[in-house]
Design a protein around this ligand. Sequence first.
Ligand SMILES: Nc1ncnc2c1ncn2[C@@H]1O[C@H](COP(=O)(O)OP(=O)(O)O)[C@@H](O)[C@H]1O
Ligand SMILES: [Mg+2]
Length: 239
Amino acid sequence: MRDKWRDYQVMGGEETLHKYLPETQLLTKRSLWEFMNRYNQVIIKPRHGYRGLGVSTISSLDKDLFEIHIENRKITLTDREEVYDYLKDLQKSHYYNRYIVQQRIPLATIDDCPFDLRVMVQRKRGSSNWVVTGKAAKVAAENFLVTNVAQNVLPVEEAIQNSTLCHIQHQSLLPEIDNIGIQAATKLNPKYRTVGFDIGIDHNGKIWIIEANFNPVISIFDLLIDKMMYETIKKFKKG
Ligand SMILES: Nc1ncnc2c1ncn2[C@@H]1O[C@H](COP(=O)(O)OP(=O)(O)O)[C@@H](O)[C@H]1O
Ligand SMILES: [Mg+2]
């Protein structure tokens, strides 16, 4: 079973990758408030989750004023116990009940919608040589914080140019992302031959590894007008 907590620990064990990982802990009352004090805004998500299910953001708006953002809904709560009780209920409604808490990255946005990148890293059968075979930007639907319900899939260069990153020197960003993808796949060393990383870029142009998906769907790349990456990805999957 996929496990975001385990993946975080494995990748974080590599010194060169550590700085790209948002700080993460298993969710407890204590870790939640420690992170809230440190970051003011945190993400909680199921360890074994997928497709953005159960991912929510908790923000501190003021002293004793908190906002929980889940899917496209926002709820305001006025004390810490209420926040924790709310999260407990949320966890009960899923069959998995183990969550992680994570520093929320202020993702770069396009028209106020956050986006992140899906970076495909693949190896051929019998080879340990990982190759980046595709990258695409997933833009969150309006009022969503997760990009899983993507309203739009764009070529990475186009996304960056149309985003809050347009004035940032981004020539070195893409090679750096490729490097991170290859290092992370090598470290994770999965039995699968395709890893799809969710890679975030914050407003300052800093790169973050959000998660690793093993054997992910490749249909995102069929949504791009240029089918080059889609064809390459399919070729790697076969061989
Ligand atoms: N730490 C974070 N900071 C900002 N956005 C995040 C963070 N973690 C997740 N997200 C957003 O939520 C989406 C879903 O989270 P992810 O960890 O990929 O879980 P899932 O397995 O459900 O896809 C990400 O693609 C990203 O858009
Ligand atoms: Mg994801």
